[in-house]
Ligand binder design. Structure first.
Ligand code: ADP
Ligand code: MG
Length: 254
């Protein structure tokens, strides 16, 4: 593997008394794409959220770009980053959700330029110029001044990707980015993601799109009941799974 962008060791996360992640290991090299698959409730979203400081972990080690996110020895105490470091790290990790979450009262360009201006202190001129370039990159030139409600779900999701890219992230996390879309809109969003992958972006993608996983992923991870049951090259995991639980899951979704 190239230098690690994400390194997770023995990650445990519970909500109250309910364990959700029960000792997860994950390695994603710089420039690699990892697709996480698994049944509903298996902990996929929670895993992404632990990479992005949206959840506090209970135990284990999580590093992004060589920096510790949370760490605890079994008998030791929890070591954590301070709030400034957390803000800085979160700014370097882009996240795209199932439901786009664009700001409804801002135009496409304003949605994209907002965080670079507010968080990165870019000048408005620079942020808007970059936003225009990103709108082109996701295939939506001409829609810069539209409000999100004028766009289809697939177009909104492409703008959400552009908005994340505007922060120059080191890592992009996608949580079922096409699950809320009408089937005919899925392809354009996956196309943008494939371009991003081909351009060398490090990505962790939770998805049920097995075609995308097969084409774009370096590694496929099958998560079930909070543990990594199986991981490896897409051809191995998707075509030739070793574990019965993986085979059963694939038989249901393929
Ligand atoms: P997936 O994304 O694979 O469907 P999640 O990570 O969303 O799974 O959820 C894993 C489990 O954790 C589920 O049983 C879910 O109900 C539970 N869960 C998720 N978020 C919370 C929360 N904020 N509070 C309590 N339980 C939660
Ligand atoms: Mg989920």
């Amino acid at each position: 593997m190239t230098s690690p962008m994400v390194r997770v060791r023995d990650l445990h996360k519970s909500y109250g008394a309910v364990p959700v992640l029960r000792g997860v290991d994950l390695d994603v090299g710089a420039g690699e794409v990892t697709c996480v698959i698994g049944p509903s409730g298996s902990g996929k979203s929670t895993l992404l959220r632990c990479l992005n400081h949206l959840e506090k972990i209970n135990a284990g080690e999580v590093e992004v770009a060589g920096e510790l996110i949370g760490y605890r020895r079994h008998k030791g105490k929890l070591h954590e980053l301070g709030p400034r470091a957390i803000t800085r790290q979160r700014a370097a990790i882009g996240m795209v959700f199932q439901n786009f979450n664009l700001f409804p009262h801002l135009t496409v360009l304003e949605n994209i330029a907002e965080a670079p201006i507010a968080v990165l202190r870019r000048s408005r001129t620079d942020a808007v110029a970059r936003a225009r370039e990103l709108v082109r990159r996701v295939g939506l030139a001409g829609r810069e001044d539209d409000y999100p409600r004028r766009l289809s779900g697939g177009q909104q999701q492409r703008i959400a990707i552009a908005r994340a890219l505007a922060m120059d992230p080191k890592l992009m996390l996608f949580d079922e980015p096409t699950s809320a879309l009408d089937p005919e809109l899925v392809g354009d969003v996956l196309g943008v993601m494939k371009d991003l992958a081909d351009g060398g972006m490090t990505m962790v993608v939770v998805t049920h799109e097995m075609g995308f996983a097969r084409e774009a992923a370096d590694t496929v991870v099958f998560l079930d009941e909070g543990v990594v049951v199986e991981s490896g090259a897409p051809d191995d995991v998707l075509r030739n799974p070793r574990q019965a639980r993986t085979r059963e899951f694939l038989a249901r979704v393929l």
